[in-house]
Design a protein around this ligand. Structure first.
Ligand code: FNR
Length: 387
């Protein structure tokens, strides 16, 4: 596997000591400062609210504050980046059908997702190596996410150990799993996740191959050999994933398992048969198979195949409150947001994350009001024009 692969999968290292937010931030700072450390020199440490006009513009703004290689790694996607662009373009093709004169004066965006009460149907996607954007790394993300009453999914490849991320905030969290080749290590990871208080395992299945991002190659981005926070030694991921691995994780973790990276009805039907709790419809923000469809394009078919038996989260390209409404109208229970919160972390640490998520929540309230939906359960397919 190329050393430049976008979500580099091996880690050699020492486990950092679990600590609270301040300790976690300190550990990340020390790591970022270390020679060749993740992010290297120039990773921001400022914690401040940011003014967010819209989520899309954050990519350019973050470019001014992040080391170019780090920015390119985060912004980049596979191949021609067609899928990355299509993710956003496809949302625009689902036009909105407002219900006027419904007497709606107030809206309620709250929901419960697999037992976790959330202020809105939004989760922060698992994204590795957050020390690339800010010295507080995932601790900053956890604090900002919890402050907005939302759920954070934490990557296997986090800069900080999962226990430190958990200690940084009291908000609900899921643990994202890249399945290690060695099942002993896999069992250890998911057992740790359960003990730490993670509420579900998000089992990512869409990174079995794929090309490195050309942007990050051009920018000379090199994954550091700094450890990922969750490992004490080099770990190889399983390149031959199968449903047997999913069953193994269901059994050993004792937690609800959601399969992340689902794009076909076939996989949905298999997921139902496997008895998983849910799926995350995702193309990894265009970082997986370039040429795969936008998630909103395939969502209606997948919802139909799930037949009401799965919790369904959709990510990739969600940038507006109206995108959330579109996804919910077409049958998702919640959406995941990726890069925009990573940019928020870079621009303002936990406060920057909070600003981004607050803006997205506000936009959702605003579009629900404008469209005549008082609560999430009011939103159905009659709110969109879609073949
Ligand atoms: C990711 N993503 C990801 N997914 C995952 O399951 N495990 C991981 O470690 C990572 N790492 C990662 C790093 C970076 C820098 C990015 C941008 C993305 C994919 C992520 O969870 C999600 O599917 C996409 O980011 C959603 O698309 P948008 O919102 O970024 O367009």
């Amino acid at each position: 596997m190329s050393a430049n692969r976008r979500d580099f999968l091996t880690a050699t290292a020492t486990v950092m000591t679990a600590a609270g937010a301040a300790g976690a931030a300190g550990a990340a700072t020390a790591a970022a400062d270390a020679a060749g450390g993740e992010g290297g020199p120039g990773v921001p440490s400022v914690v401040q609210p940011i003014r967010v006009f819209n989520l899309r513009e954050l990519e350019e703004r973050a470019k001014a504050v992040l080391p170019l290689g780090n920015w390119s790694f985060i912004a980049g996607a596979s191949g021609d980046e067609w899928t990355k662009a299509e993710n956003e373009a496809a949302f625009h093709r689902v036009t909105l059908a407002p219900h006027f004169l419904g007497g709606v004066r107030e809206v309620d965006t709250s929901t419960t997702l697999l037992g976790s009460k959330l202020a809105a149907p939004i989760i922060v996607c698992p994204m590795g190596n957050q020390g690339l954007a800010h010295t507080t790394a995932e601790a900053g993300m956890a604090i900002g996410t919890a402050a907005e009453g939302l759920l954070m999914a934490c990557s296997t490849q986090s800069t900080l150990p999962m226990e430190a991320i958990m200690a940084a905030s009291t908000g609900p969290k899921w643990f994202q799993l890249y399945m290690p080749e060695d099942r002993g290590i896999a069992a250890e990871l998911v057992t740790r996740a359960k003990a730490a208080g993670f509420k579900a395992i998000l089992f990512t299945v869409d990174t079995q191959g794929g090309s490195p991002s050309e942007r990050s190659l051009k920018a000379g981005f090199k994954p550091s050999n700094k450890p990922h926070g969750n490992f004490t030694k080099a770990v190889t991921t399983n390149r031959g994933l199968s449903w047997d691995d999913v069953a193994f994780v269901q059994k050993t973790s004792g937690l609800p398992v959601l399969v992340k990276g689902v794009l076909t009805e076939r996989t949905v039907k298999q997921a139902v048969a496997a008895g998983v709790a849910g799926i995350q419809v995702s193309n990894h923000g265009g970082r997986g198979v370039d040429g795969s469809p936008a998630t909103i394009t395939v969502l209606p078919r997948l919802v139909q195949a799930a037949d009401g038996k799965l919790t369904i989260v959709l990510d990739s390209g969600v940038r507006r409150g109206k995108d959330i409404l579109r996804a919910l109208a077409l049958g998702a229970h919640a959406v995941g947001v990726g890069r925009p919160v990573y940019w928020g972390l870079g621009l303002g640490g936990s406060e920057g994350v909070k600003s981004v998520l607050a803006k997205l929540r506000f936009e959702l309230q605003d579009v629900m009001m404008a469209m005549g939906a008082a609560k999430l359960s009011d939103i159905d397919s009659s709110f969109v024009n879609h073949a």
